[in-house]
Design a protein around this ligand. Structure first.
Ligand code: SF4
Ligand code: SF4
Length: 363
C-alpha cells in the first residue's frame, strides 16, 4: 500500500496498522462487508497528486458556520482529518486562503476542470425571499450559485439540517423563505447529512465511501445514509434501561438526574430521532448530549425547531416496559419509522413513508 496519504500518515507517526483499523471501523460503521475496509484503505492511501484527487466544491449558504466548525475542529490531527488529504477541496470560503475575485476564479476553474465529476457539498439553506437577497456571494443569490454549480456535479452532499431540510432558517415563520437543496435540485443524486451540526465521522464516512466506490451509500426515506441514521438515539442510548424500568429524571438537578436516569420527561426526543450520536458520539468519542445530562433535541429530523418544544415530553408511556415491547414488535414487523408526535401537517405530508408516533404505539 503506497501513496501520498500513507507517506503523510507515516510522517505523523500513524502506523499502517492503525490506518487499516480505522478503515475497518469506518466500513463496519457503514455496515459494509469486511473487504470494504481494505478497499477503502487502498483507495485513500493511493490518493494521487493534488491535481488528480477527486474535486470537492463546498458552498456555504444561509448558515451559522457550525457545520464547518464541527467538521474541521474535531478532526485535526486525527485520522478522519486525513481523509481531506485524499480529496482536492477546491472551494470553501471559510477555509480557503483566497478571497474575492481569486476565490471565484478558483471555483470556476475547478468546475471547468472537473465537469461532471466533482462532489458538491452544501451547508446552509437557500433563501428564496426578496429574490434571494438575504444571502448573496459575489453578487449572486444562493439560488443562482446552487443551480450553476450543481449542473456539473456528480453528486451533492447536503450537510447539516439547514441544507437537508431548511433547518433553523426555515423555522416558523420562515422570514427569508428558506428551502433545502432537494427543494431546488431534482436531477442529481443528493445525500442528506442532517444534524445541527452533523457528526464529523458521518461526513468523513460518506467521503470515504465516495472515494472508494465512486458512489453514495444506501439512503433512507429522508435521503440520509442508513449506516448512520438507521437507528434512533433511543435504540442505542445507555440510559435506556432506566426508561424500560420507568425511572425518569423530573428536573435537571433532582436525584434521578444525578443517578443518570432517563431524560424522557425532560423532553428528550431520542425515541423519534435517527442519528448515530449514542454510538459514534462527539469529540473523538468523548461524550454526547444525553451523556452530558441534556435530552436529545431531535436535530437530525425535519422541522425539529417547530416540532413541539425542546423541553416538552413526547406522549408519555403508561407502561414503559409494555411500550418498549410494542415498539420492538411494531418496528421489526413493519419496519416503520417513528415520527415526532407533534409534527405539523405540512411536514407529515412531505414524508412519503408511513409514520408511527409514540401515541400510536400506546394504543
Ligand atoms: S428517552 Fe432519551 S434519555 Fe431516555 S433512554 Fe431514550 S434517548 Fe435515552
Ligand atoms: S443527541 Fe439529538 S439533538 Fe443532540 S446532536 Fe444528537 S441528534 Fe442532535
Amino acid at each position: 500500500m503506497q501513496g501520498p496519504l500513507i507517506e503523510t500518515l507515516a510522517r505523523q507517526g500513524i502506523t499502517r496498522r492503525t490506518f487499516m483499523k480505522y478503515c475497518a471501523t469506518l466500513a463496519s460503521m457503514m455496515a459494509l462487508p469486511p473487504a470494504a475496509g481494505r478497499a477503502m484503505a487502498e483507495a485513500m492511501a493511493a490518493a494521487p497528486a493534488a491535481s488528480r484527487r477527486p474535486s470537492v466544491i463546498w458552498l456555504p449558504f444561509q448558515e451559522c458556520t457550525g457545520c464547518t466548525e464541527s467538521i474541521t475542529r474535531s478532526h485535526s490531527p486525527t485520522l478522519e482529518g486525513l481523509i481531506f488529504d485524499s480529496i482536492s477541496l477546491d472551494y470553501q470560503e471559510t477555509l480557503m486562503a483566497a478571497a474575492g475575485h481569486q476565490a471565484e476564479e478558483a471555483l470556476h476553474a475547478a468546475m471547468k476542470a472537473n465537469e461532471g465529476k466533482y462532489l458538491l457539498i452544501v451547508d446552509g439553506s437557500i433563501p428564496l425571499g426578496l429574490d434571494g437577497a438575504y444571502s448573496c456571494i459575489a453578487g449572486k443569490s444562493n439560488l443562482e450559485t446552487l443551480k450553476e454549480v450543481a449542473k456539473g456535479a456528480a453528486a451533492i452532499v447536503a450537510m447539516g439540517s439547514c441544507a437537508a431540510y431548511g433547518g433553523l432558517p426555515r423555522a416558523n415563520p420562515n422570514p427569508t423563505g428558506a428551502v433545502s437543496v432537494s427543494d431546488i435540485i431534482k436531477d442529481k443524486p443528493i445525500i442528506n447529512i442532517p444534524g445541527c451540526p452533523p457528526i464529523p465521522t458521518v461526513i468523513t464516512g460518506v467521503l470515504a465511501h465516495f472515494l472508494t466506490f465512486g458512489s453514495l451509500p444506501e439512503l433512507d426515506q429522508h435521503g440520509r445514509p442508513k449506516a448512520f441514521y438507521g437507528e434512533t438515539i433511543h435504540d442505542r442510548c445507555y440510559r435506556r434501561p432506566f426508561y424500560d424500568q420507568g425511572k425518569f429524571a423530573k428536573t435537571f438537578d433532582d436525584e434521578g438526574a444525578r443517578n443518570g436516569w432517563c431524560l424522557f420527561e425532560l423532553g428528550c426526543k431520542g425515541p423519534v430521532t435517527y442519528n448515530a450520536c449514542a454510538t459514534v458520539k462527539w469529540n473523538g468519542g468523548t461524550s454526547w448530549p444525553v451523556e452530558s445530562g441534556h435530552g436529545c433535541l431531535g436535530c437530525s429530523e425535519p422541522d425539529f425547531w417547530d416540532a413541539g418544544g425542546f423541553y416538552k415530553a413526547l406522549s408519555m408511556p403508561a407502561d414503559p416496559l409494555k411500550l418498549a415491547a410494542k415498539a420492538a414488535v411494531v418496528g421489526a414487523a413493519a419496519g416503520v419509522a417513528v415520527s415526532f408526535v407533534n409534527r405539523g401537517k405540512k411536514s407529515a405530508a412531505k414524508t412519503a413513508h408511513e409514520t408511527t408516533t409514540l401515541a400510536d404505539l400506546e394504543k
